[in-house]
Ligand binder design. Structure first.
Ligand code: MF3
Ligand code: CO
Length: 248
């Protein structure tokens, strides 16, 4: 069931999303060689709690941490660890959510660690741009498939591939609500988007083939060919004449 948000709900979602976006900006300052993903997780936890919110992911279906930290061939849902240390040349995708008075925000970025090679730079750039291509011309009356098609077309035109096993989703009093927002598909397909729907759009892009595997920890999703992957996500609000990005 798709839940259209009331103005009162949107006020809380806006706060949750602002905290989520600001947490990523805070984390970005700490991305450098030698830092562990566990340290980043603690920074995110302390920051979210200091603003009167709660980490959305902690205990979600048993997830044990505040952030997902996915390095290089890890696509999404990497679990932070004390002994997982960032190294020069890595790329790290960080996904985080904050819950404020019962409403969530959800966002992700992929960051370079020190100097990275040109191909990885392009992967990060194309992934981020594909989000903006995806939401281009989207407004009340558009379809989920319009976003999906625009993301897919842009990523594939640039020689990368779209992960299909995971999707974006509605966001509200639950972290994951209907509808699901795939990053591949046909224009005009799927659910209709209407004013005051809130959704997370989150392209997951592989440098190589699109196929993924899930690790025995039950969470970490990695590229089957072990080539790098990137993730970029924002929570957005559908309006009469466009969208508003709530987690930037
Ligand atoms: N942004 C992630 C997603 O939508 C949230 C993962 S929550 C977790 O897939 F708890 F499952 F990690
Ligand atoms: Co999400």
């Amino acid at each position: 069931m798709i839940k259209i948000k009331t103005d009162a709900e949107l006020e809380l979602i806006r706060v949750a999303c602002k905290i989520t976006g600001d947490t990523l900006k805070e984390l970005e300052k700490h991305i450098k060689p030698g830092v562990s993903t566990k340290q980043l997780d603690k920074i995110a936890y302390d920051y979210i709690v200091s603003l009167g919110a709660k980490p959305s992911f902690k205990n979600y279906c048993g997830y044990p941490a505040t952030i997902c930290a996915s390095i290089n061939e890890e696509v999404v849902h990497g679990i932070p660890k004390k002994h997982r240390i960032l190294m020069e040349g890595d790329i790290i995708s960080i996904d985080v959510g904050a819950c404020y008075k019962g409403y969530h925000g959800d966002a992700a970025r992929t960051f370079p660690v020190g100097k990275i090679d040109a191909k990885r730079k392009k992967l990060i750039k194309v992934t981020e741009e594909s989000f903006f291509e995806g939401i281009k011309n989207i407004k009340s009356g558009s379809y989920v498939g319009d976003i999906a098609h625009q993301v897919q077309t842009y990523v594939e035109k640039n020689g990368f591939s779209i992960v299909r096993e995971l999707t974006g989703h509605g966001v509200g009093s639950e972290l994951h609500e209907d509808p699901s927002i795939p990053n591949y598909g046909k224009m005009g397909s799927g659910a209709k988007l209407v004013k005051n729907m809130v959704i997370a759009v989150e392209p997951m892009v592989n440098m190589g083939e699109r196929y993924v595997q899930f690790m025995p920890d039950g969470w970490t999703c990695i590229a089957r060919d072990r080539l790098p992957a990137a993730h970029y996500e924002n929570t957005i609000l559908i309006t009469d004449d466009g969208v508003e990005i709530l987690t930037l």
